[in-house]
Design a protein around this ligand. Structure first.
Ligand code: G3P
Ligand code: CA
Length: 232
């Protein structure tokens, strides 16, 4: 399964509606995006804690109100043709996807479970969305409030007991860095009846390696490369 990383971020400014639309056009089954909170508590889509890399703003997003973010350009840094592209709220991201792809929300900061529930329910994606986090305890808390929600634990390194930890916090998915992937580890994940995703896999040969060891979901900046044949 092709999971577009921050949307089709190789082709359009990451974590914007333009990148989500492009991902869907290229056939991504799912679209991953990063969630942070503004100073006035609005969930918005941005990877970094600060605005500097991907917008014409500066400083911490958590210190800016939503109205302040509305003035920022989140597209020009990628290419002038994206000038005027805004940082979307999570609400806008879900509306733009309109159930055409599985929304995969990575919580970069804890979000109130009731608030998250309302957002997902309002867009009829409670049974459809996936929520990822590097924090196992955050996933456990979400599971207590939303039993139906599909959860995934992110890990940038392998450690013994990782598949078991997923079981303990009711994360159906382990989303592992590609750099930590081995056949033996993939088998351990399958042995614990967890689903294995890998990030961020852009190279066609690496995508083929994921498929060969049974990775179910590949998080990639190039969703059009999933299914492409590696050069021999
Ligand atoms: O969700 C997988 C991947 O996106 C985690 O790393 O830094 O791209 O958010 P990062
Ligand atoms: Ca992410």
């Amino acid at each position: 399964m092709a999971i577009a990383h921050r949307g089709a971020s190789a082709y359009a400014p990451e974590n914007t509606v333009a990148a989500f639309d492009e991902a869907i056009r290229l056939g991504a089954a799912a679209v991953e995006f990063d969630v942070r909170l503004t100073a006035d508590g609005i969930p918005v889509v941005l990877h970094d804690a600060t605005l500097d890399r991907t917008t014409n703003g500066h400083g911490a997003v958590a210190r800016r109100t939503w109205v302040e973010l509305l003035r920022l350009d989140a597209g020009s840094w990628k290419h002038p043709r994206f000038a005027g592209t805004r940082i979307p709220t999570v609400e806008e991201a879900l509306r733009a996807m309109d159930r055409r792809a599985i929304p995969v929300l990575e919580l970069k900061t804890p979000l109130d479970p009731q608030r998250l529930h309302r957002l997902l329910a309002d867009h009829a994606v409670l049974d459809h969305a996936v929520v990822l986090s590097f924090q196992a305890q955050l996933l456990a808390k979400l599971h207590r409030c939303m039993r139906r929600l599909t959860l995934g634990l992110l890990a940038n390194r392998w450690r013994p007991g990782l598949p078991r930890l997923c079981q303990q916090v009711d994360a159906q998915i382990l989303a592992l860095s590609y750099s930590a992937l081995t056949l033996q580890r993939a088998q351990q994940v399958a042995g614990e009846k967890r689903r294995l995703w890998c990030y961020t896999v852009n190279d066609v040969a690496a995508i083929a390696a994921c498929t060969a060891v049974g990775v179910e979901g590949v998080i990639t900046d190039y969703p059009d490369r999933i299914g492409a044949r590696p050069k021999t």
